[in-house]
Design a protein around this ligand. Structure first.
Ligand code: F6P
Length: 334
């Protein structure tokens, strides 16, 4: 048997734990199996760039953020069917029986496209996909993505740091949170840190109301702004400053972007254990000759049947629009 591992999309904490789990589980159970990392993600698959992994290559990785294999986005993969065909053939020609993927919704869709080609054309490679993205934007109906809770830990810590200065100077801080399409990271950061307000991507913000919320608080105030809200932090700041001036509210406004800091650093224990468990379960399934599938609702010790890739790839609604109950939850705690 020959296995490949690919990390795709934006890197996230937990990818290294996943890689380690696949390599160790495979080589401990069947040392004759060869395990290869695809170097630089989908781009590496196009270039046939593979690196053989042994048990020592993955030592010391459980909590390390990022991905040791690298990841390069190939946006054309979403629509370019010739490219999809080339990648599916590359996997087959290189003799891979399974490709173990950890990545965001783009990687899930790419895996599904390649799997469709592979099944249609009788190619040998099957695809086992786990959700890896701090945005929590990979088929959330059945679970959260690996990396999300690690990014929340970072966000909470940063929001506590900002609270110190916000409180000392009686300032309002506008804090931008990552989340390209999905606002889960912004919303949950707001809930966890006790922020005064979270501006959601498509929200028609009533800034007079926001100013009232801020005015009611004594000193430290923070507003989280989700990445895909179209106004810049400077525009929001100018709007609020003019309302404050008009209403005689004495509050300085500053802004900061948590951005890439949310994505890096140590992996949370939850993400380490979950990424490891999924990797472990996938390898066992592969040794049993399983079909392609998506592994998401897994937590340690819990293994529901994997979801068909086409079903998982079709799920957009679960991360595009956040259920009202989560928003009510945030509002109730404000
Ligand atoms: O990992 C997802 C994400 O963090 C998005 O929130 C963000 O828009 C994107 O990655 C930016 O990543 P890059 O600039 O590395 O492509």
């Amino acid at each position: 048997m020959k296995f490949g591992i690919l990390t795709g999309g934006g890197d996230c904490p937990g990818m290294n734990a996943f890689i380690r789990a696949v390599v160790r589980t495979t080589l401990n159970a069947r040392p004759q199996t060869s395990v290869w990392g695809v170097v630089d993600g989908w781009k590496g698959l196009l270039d046939n760039n593979f690196s053989r992994l042994n048990k020592l290559d993955v030592a010391g990785l459980t909590s390390r953020g990022g991905t040791i294999l690298g990841t390069t986005r190939v946006p054309e993969l979403a629509t370019d069917m010739d490219l999809q065909e080339t990648l599916a053939r590359n996997l087959h020609d290189n003799g891979f029986n399974y490709l173990f993927v950890c990545g965001g919704n783009g990687s899930l869709k790419a895996s599904n496209a390649l799997n469709t080609i592979a099944r249609r054309e009788g190619l040998r490679t099957k695809f086992l996909v786990s959700p890896g993205s701090i945005d929590n934007d990979v088929c959330n109906t059945t679970g959260s993505s690996i990396g999300f809770y690690s990014a929340l830990d970072k966000s909470l810590e940063m929001l506590e740091w900002i609270r110190d200065t916000a409180s000392s100077h009686r300032r309002l801080y506008l804090v931008r949170s990552m989340g390209r399409k999905s606002a889960y990271l912004a919303l949950y950061s707001g809930i966890a840190s006790g922020a005064e307000y979270v501006i959601m991507p498509n929200e028609d913000v009533d800034y007079e109301h926001v100013a009232t919320v801020i005015a009611e608080r004594d000193k430290d105030t923070r507003i989280i702004v989700s990445e895909s809200y179209p106004k810049s932090l400077d525009e929001i700041r100018t709007t609020l400053e003019s309302i404050f001036a008009h209403r005689g509210i004495k509050r300085e406004v500053r802004s900061v972007d948590m951005g890439y800091f949310q994505r890096g650093g140590k992996t949370s224990v939850t993400d380490i254990l979950r990424a490891s468990w999924i990797g472990y379960r996938m390898v066992q399934d592969a040794f049993n000759g399983c079909e392609s599938g998506f592994y998401t609702a897994y937590y340690t010790g819990h293994s529901p049947a994997p979801m068909p890739l086409e079903e998982a790839a079709a799920d957009e609604a679960s991360y595009d629009s956040i259920p009202q109950e989560f928003i009510d939850f945030a509002l109730a705690l404000r």
